[in-house]
Design a protein around this ligand. Structure first.
Ligand SMILES: [Ca+2]
Length: 81
């Protein structure tokens, strides 16, 4: 028996729509599409000037809104990942 992390168990529980205990290709594909939709939504939220890129101010602003102050150098490092 393979021990799964709580995150993996949660992922399987939510994605296994027909409750077979495993994911078929369609369930996995649906998960990926939904995940990409969420990423796209959050990216658009962060990209405040809607130019399709995250500038340093947008990265720093995103952190500031959740109460984390990062330096310009830290924002530069994140933008290069
Ligand atoms: Ca931008």
């Amino acid at each position: 028996m393979i021990l799964l992390s709580p995150t993996t168990q949660d992922f399987l529980k939510k994605s296994d729509v027909n409750k077979t205990g495993y994911l078929d290709l369609y369930e996995f594909t649906d998960y990926l599409i939904e995940h990409e939709r969420h990423l796209h939504f959050h990216f658009k939220e962060l990209d405040q000037n809607q130019d399709g890129k995250l500038c340093l101010d947008e990265i720093q602003g995103a952190f500031k809104r959740i109460g984390v102050v990062i330096t310009t150098e830290e924002a530069e490092k994140l933008s290069k990942r």
